[in-house]
Design a protein around this ligand. Structure first.
Ligand code: GLN
Length: 192
């Protein structure tokens, strides 16, 4: 199975490491040709405005929009989740997204004083909590009816799934816990 990591900016190597440890091929994706060769895609954490600009400059925005709309299994962490959102608030007016995930997302939504924190998350069907790292994290403001919540923090959604898209406000790539990457790989192999 080949799960590419969008390599414009951000935590690319960290995702590649976890995916390879789980036995997947995890090439970098920077061109439409590379995108066409993958069974699934991870969009990493980083800086969503930079990634969106680079995607546009490299003529990757439209191929990414088509691939996600066409059902390519895709996981977005933090900035990656922002890129997958249909709508943004508190973002530059011209910030484009790949879209496809029927949510509204607020960038940098936790304010400066708590802009980075870590918290244990309960995952459905799992006894051991997932140690989640939040860095200048976005928040879901609205969720469309087809969006399923996989994990909450203080009642608020932080990990969601909609069809073949998974997205979360935190960084599973910055820990050694492979459970969310494994869950994503399982969805790639079952339906991708
Ligand atoms: N605040 C960042 C953005 O808007 C996302 C933060 C992250 O990925 N750690 O892109």
């Amino acid at each position: 199975m080949t799960v590419g990591v969008l390599a414009l900016q951000g935590d690319v190597r960290e995702h590649q490491r976890l995916l390879s440890e789980l036995g997947a091929e995890a090439p970098r994706v920077r061109t439409p040709e590379e995108l066409a060769g993958v069974d699934g895609l991870v969009i990493p954490g980083g800086e969503s405005t930079t990634m969106a600009k680079l995607a546009a400059v490299l003529d990757m925005l439209e191929p990414l929009q088509k691939a996600v709309a066409g059902g390519l299994p895709t996981y977005g962490s933090c900035a990656g989740m922002i890129l997958l959102a249909d709508r943004l608030v508190d973002a530059p007016a011209d910030q484009e997204t790949i879209g496809g995930l029927h949510v509204t997302v607020r960038r940098n939504a936790f304010g400066r004083q708590v802009d980075s924190f870590e918290a244990p998350l309960d995952l459905a069907g799992q006894r051991r909590p997932f140690h989640a790292v939040f860095i200048r994290a976005p928040r879901f403001v609205t969720l469309g009816p087809t969006v399923e919540v996989l994990a909450r923090l203080d009642g608020e959604p932080v990990l969601v799934r909609q069809g073949m898209i998974m997205a979360g406000t935190f960084h599973p790539e910055l820990t050694d816990d492979p459970r969310l990457h494994r869950q994503f790989l399982e969805s790639v192999s079952s339906g991708g």
